[in-house]
Design a protein around this ligand. Structure first.
Ligand code: GCB
Length: 617
């Protein structure tokens, strides 16, 4: 231990460490340029009423970003933000104006704001998400473009920001694209707009851009990670503190403003105490005890505080181990759809309602389908003790051979991981959902799997597969070579809805090749809340209930089963579901209706999870 210098500081032991090479949980520095932990920064919200011009032919490309006004009565200016109606931000435009429900195309947003810059600071504008493409302009200058409807992005505005009145203009275009991620067809509403918070972020000239503080894979006391600065560094100490656990650790950044570290939290916290008294100074995070610690990272004149949980997640044969013990994932899939009012969910209250239902079902796991959900949901899952599957929208068929499409998917993957890599709740990164088995898709997805592993070697990589072979009468096996490179295999199967009858589940046997955990990531069927009838009558609550009963009994018999996340928590809008009087543009497979009413299948699942919780303890 010659490279360690152990110092006593107040009652704490401080380890000072410089220049050693360590195993870190990720490739570094993180290639994403996102500023981590916006809730923990000095910010000004730009949410509220923005003026909006609906521009179906994209005429505004000729200059709407200038926010021009006629100079005199002879001047011709054929648009006016001032005279245009407002749209709320955050929010999709579809549910704010009836005439925009089916709209796909560009909308120009404008927000005026007053701001006085403080000396020595740098400013950024941060968007939680805008679907699907966004071009951003401040005071007539272009800041940049962003593609992808569910990932955050930020631009520095230090030099564009005026010291008084400012005009921020954003063109948001939700038109579907053949080269997009997702592509042309998907089973959810293509809500357009600035769908998450917009924030001005103030940071010092040199600031902590991102950091990673998590347990090293497989260890319950070794913390490994990094801190990345933006701006000139003067090689001052970087400190990582976990005050409640009496941990303080110091290291130095390199010339690129990057400091990686690994330290033994027990050794620091225990100091000279006998080992028997301090074998586990960190209480591990788990669904039963979602302990979060305040972690303070400081250095180079900046300081950020976060709430971080510590846990391990591994695969051992066909088991998923949380903190070294096998866990059965009692889950549900959900969309980021607002309860009661419909539209995109974005607020802390939306998250509270949705995840409240998830807890009421008896879940310890939730699958955030089919794209990265807003940060409120992920942070609440951290606090509530819900394990999370997080996914990028590589969905059904996309342009597999197009390098720009791959680059786009990679950047969505990077930004998903960058925003949430300090959240203990997130245990699974999913690279795709129900993609067709063909060679070019395998090349594409293998690349994403490899990249996810390089970015985060501590979590598990998965994907929802749906290609199944009938290997003998009433025997099915997953037939997708992508399974070979995943840590955990997801299976979407719709026996009793898209094929066969619910009771066929009694006879069906499943075979798994190889020892890998399996999550049945979807099954389900549609029902209208309040429609009652025989168990074999489609769209009744009884049909859905019977389907759940048969499915759950079958799923329990599946080899390698490590978890379930049926489809889906709540009915949601979808352009693919038109049947009048039944669907009316809603996917009705929710166990809860879009008005918050619980269907019979909700209770079937709740009962199953109560039994599972008892048996697996
Ligand atoms: C699926 C998809 C999901 C759909 C669901 C359905 O397999 O993954 O996005 O909404 O089926 O309802 O058909």
């Amino acid at each position: 231990m010659s490279s360690f210098e152990v110092l006593m500081k107040r009652c704490w032991f401080v380890l000072l460490l410089a220049g050693s090479a360590f195993a870190v949980p990720s490739r570094s520095p993180s290639p994403s340029n996102l500023i981590a932990n916006i809730p923990g920064r000095t910010t000004v919200s730009l949410n509220g009423a923005w003026r909006a011009i609906v521009d179906p032919f994209e005429n505004g490309k000729n200059g709407f970003f200038r926010d021009a006004k006629p100079n005199d009565k002879r001047d011709l200016v054929e648009y006016s933000f001032d005279a245009s109606p407002v749209l709320n931000v955050p929010g999709d435009w579809n549910t704010q104006r009836a005439d925009l429900m089916f709209y796909e195309g560009p909308v120009w947003y404008r927000r005026e704001f007053e701001f006085h810059k403080r000396p020595g600071t740098r400013m950024f504008v941060y968007f939680g998400a805008a679907n699907y493409r966004a071009s951003v302009y401040l005071n007539g200058e272009k800041l940049g473009d962003h593609e992808g409807g569910f990932t955050a992005f930020n631009f520095e505005v230090t030099s564009q920001l005026h010291d008084s009145s400012n005009v921020l203009v954003v063109e948001v275009n939700n038109v579907r694209r053949t080269d997009g991620v997702p592509g042309m067809k998907f089973d959810w509403w293509n809500y357009g707009g600035i769908t998450r918070d917009v924030t001005l972020v103030e940071v010092p000239a040199t600031f902590i851009q991102d950091y990673w503080v998590q347990l090293e894979k497989g260890s319950t006391h070794q913390i490994a990670g990094w801190v990345r600065f933006n701006g000139p560094v003067s090689h001052h100490e970087v400190t990582i503190q976990i005050p409640e656990a009496s941990v303080e650790y110091k290291t130095l950044p390199d010339e690129n403003g990057y400091a990686k570290f690994t330290f033994d939290a027990s050794a620091i916290a225990c100091g000279k105490k006998p080992a028997s008294q301090c074998s586990a100074p960190l209480k591990l995070w788990s669904p039963e005890s979602p302990k979060l610690y305040r972690v303070v990272i400081s250095g180079e004149g900046d300081s950020v505080s976060d709430e971080i949980g510590f846990r391990t997640i591994e695969v051992h044969g066909a088991k998923i181990l949380l903190n070294g013990k096998p866990i059965f994932l009692r889950g549900i899939s959900m969309h980021e759809e607002a309860p009661f009012r419909e539209g995109r969910a974005f607020s802390a209250e939306d998250a509270q309602t949705l995840l409240g239902w998830v807890k009421e079902l008896g879940c310890n796991f939730v699958r955030f389908a089919h794209y990265p959900h807003n940060e409120n949901e992920v942070r609440l899952a951290d606090r509530m003790g819900l394990l999370v599957w997080s996914e990028i929208p590589v969905y059904w068929d996309i342009d597999w051979t197009n390098p720009a499409t791959l680059e786009n998917a990679e950047s969505q993957l990077r930004d998903m991981i960058a925003r949430d890599h300090n959240r203990a709740a997130v245990i699974l990164w999913s690279v795709a959902n129900e993609t067709p088995v063909k060679p070019e898709r395998l090349v594409f997805l293998k690349q994403l799997v490899q990249e996810a592993r390089e970015l985060d070697s501590t979590r598990l990589i998965t994907s929802a597969l749906n290609h199944v072979d009938e290997t003998a009468p009433d025997v099915r096996a997953i037939a997708d070579p992508l399974g070979d490179v995943l840590d955990v295999v997801g299976l979407n199967e719709y026996l009793g809805w898209y094929w066969g009858r619910p009771e066929d589940a009694e006879r069906l046997q499943w075979k798994m090749s190889g020892e890998k955990p399996l999550i049945v990531s979807e099954f389900g069927g549609g029902a209208i809340f309040g429609r009652h009838g025989a168990a074999d009558e489609r769209w009744t609550e009884e049909y859905q209930e019977s389907l759940f009963e048969h499915q759950l009994a079958m799923v329990e018999r599946m080899p390698n089963l490590a978890g379930v996340s049926p489809w889906v928590l709540m009915d949601f809008r979808s352009p693919l579901r038109m049947l009048p009087g039944v669907q009316d543009y809603h996917n009705r497979k929710g166990v809860i209706s879009n008005r918050g009413q619980k269907k019979l299948a909700f209770y079937t699942l709740q009962k199953f999870y109560a039994k599972q919780a008892k048996e697996n303890h």
